[in-house]
Design a protein around this ligand. Sequence first.
Ligand code: NAD
Length: 341
Amino acid sequence: MQQNSTSATKNDLIVVTGAGGFIGGELVAEFRRQGYEKIRAVDIKPFEEWYQHFPDVENFSLDLNLKENCDRVCAGAQRVYNLAANMGGMGFIENNKALCMLSVLINTHMLQAAQQCGVQKFFYSSSACVYNADKQCDPNNPGLKEEDAYPAMAEDGYGWEKLFSERMCRHFREDFGLQTRVARFHNVYGPFGTWDGGREKAPAAICRKVIEAKVSGRHEIVIWGDGTRTRSFMYIDDCIKGVEDIMHSEILEPINLGSSEMVSINQLVDIVEAIAGIKLKRRYDLDAPKGVMGRNSDNTLIRNYLGWEPSIPLRVGLEKTYAWIYDQYMARERAQLAPAG
Ligand code: NAD
């Protein structure tokens, strides 16, 4: 088990990019809870669209595709958590490959700016989408080991950009001495995540569809694919703990950060139905984006390094996620019904 080697202080200036999004917003919330005094939160979205916006931190609405904006946000920082990316669930990444690949501009310019500004540590959020497609043809996936990313055959668009940016992190460390740390997130879910609009991922989409069915009284659900594909889903609290532990470790190579509780999409729907107290007629859309057959996280490496792995049960995390999406859904319904003016 590895020891924490970083001499971080609560006075360090911490930069979180993608802070208007799901995981970045939670990371900022966690640093506030931990008492960090200097937090810089950055996202391209206008502030009113951020999932979490804290007036007591330094907030920037900036496009990090541009190098001069990256220079601005890295100035004076000790630690950078680079989570900004153009991303979404399968529906988004299968139909927006060029947009996903353009995130390479963010990662390139953030690395350059961090190096030039003398940043001590740089975290990069990679993805399970870097793994070789040939290793994900079986729904009984035994768990992807870190070495399974090579020979490279990543998810087209999004996955290739992540793999390329991982390697850039590695070479900035080797060639320029920038201390980079890289985690490969496996499906993260929880409150304050995208739940509608086309970028949502499976857990949020299924929660929303079950809520829609419950509220409308139309007791049926459309499931993308035939329901037999498998995935593992990591609750946001495990993700945030993992990010911090990896950032402060001496783990130099990309490492899995994911749950190893693998379920089929049908099982995911079973759990959400049980939470909602409802049973729905299932219709399968076989033409919808589906992704690989089976994906799971092999957690041998993270257990060896940190003596820990994500372990919040899916049912527990989904109860909290369902409750949050339910509140969002009902608030939107009320707003739509309210008289104009
Ligand atoms: P998210 O979409 O909620 O957050 C990403 C944020 O980046 C968004 O708010 C977006 O506005 C911002 N962004 C996009 N382009 C930008 C730009 N040019 N300048 C500044 N900000 C920009 O996504 P998330 O789920 O919070 O993901 C965070 C990171 O984790 C991403 O890098 C993503 O690829 C990675 N990841 C997430 C998951 C997951 O399941 N959520 C899985 C694997 C990897």
